[in-house]
Write a protein that binds this ligand. Structure first.
Ligand code: URA
Length: 211
């Protein structure tokens, strides 16, 4: 697995405001969108392209176009929805599928409760977006899910990760074509499965506590 941990002052600046417990939801949502657009720039570095030629007003130019089949973006409900706008800004022609995965608050074991993805993902490049890489369980389940349906490579984009989740993911996807792009790698998980220092419950901070 290839791991890219962002190292950019603008990303750290925006993440610092997200981490602040006094940042209200509207500002939080806006910053998540901006942050994802910055992370998506790195995440899409290997997006498939094909060569095309265009005519400038002056001469011919050999350029690139996004290749088919189109990439597919998969936000993990519900917190991943907050990252969707930022991602489609950079990949406006991508298709979007949804996976609803929730972790049990006691056991922290994830279970899938919703799926709006094509059954056949043969040859597709998939971008999974989920703000928090905590135990890694949700991401592992979603990566397995898309590979089982034929996806060829998966890039996961998370705002904040814990070393425990990163290690679990690395062990699980060993040998598969997976890239992980993180805004920051934090210190640890606490006994409730929250990332420390983290930013709290990403879904609640984006959308409040009504579920
Ligand atoms: N999910 C969250 O929203 N926050 C965490 O810190 C861990 C998992």
């Amino acid at each position: 697995m290839r791991v890219h941990i962002a190292d950019h002052p603008l990303i750290t600046h925006k993440l610092t405001i997200l981490r602040d417990k006094n940042t209200p939801s509207p500002v939080f949502r806006q910053l998540v969108e901006e942050l994802v657009t910055l992370l998506a720039y790195e995440a899409t570095r290997e997006v498939r392209t094909k060569k095309i030629q265009v005519e400038t007003p002056v001469a011919s130019f050999d350029g690139l176009n996004l290749a088919h089949p189109r990439p597919i973006i998969v936000p993990i409900l519900r917190a991943g929805l907050g990252m969707l706008e930022g991602m489609v800004k950079l990949l406006p022609t991508a298709e979007v599928g949804f996976l609803g995965i929730k972790r049990d608050e006691k056991t922290l074991v994830p279970h899938t409760y919703a799926n709006r993805l094509p059954d056949d993902l043969t040859g597709r490049q998939v971008y999974i977006i989920d703000p928090m890489l905590a135990t890694g369980g949700t991401l592992i389940d979603s990566i397995d899910y898309v590979f089982e349906r034929g996806a060829t490579d998966v890039t996961a984009v998370c705002l904040v990760g814990a070393p425990e989740g990163l290690a679990a993911l690395e062990a699980h996807v060993h040998g598969k074509d997976v890239k992980l792009v993180l805004g920051a790698l934090d210190e640890k998980l606490n006994e409730d499965g929250y990332i420390v220092p983290g930013l709290g419950d990403a879904g609640d901070r984006l959308y409040g506590t009504a579920q």
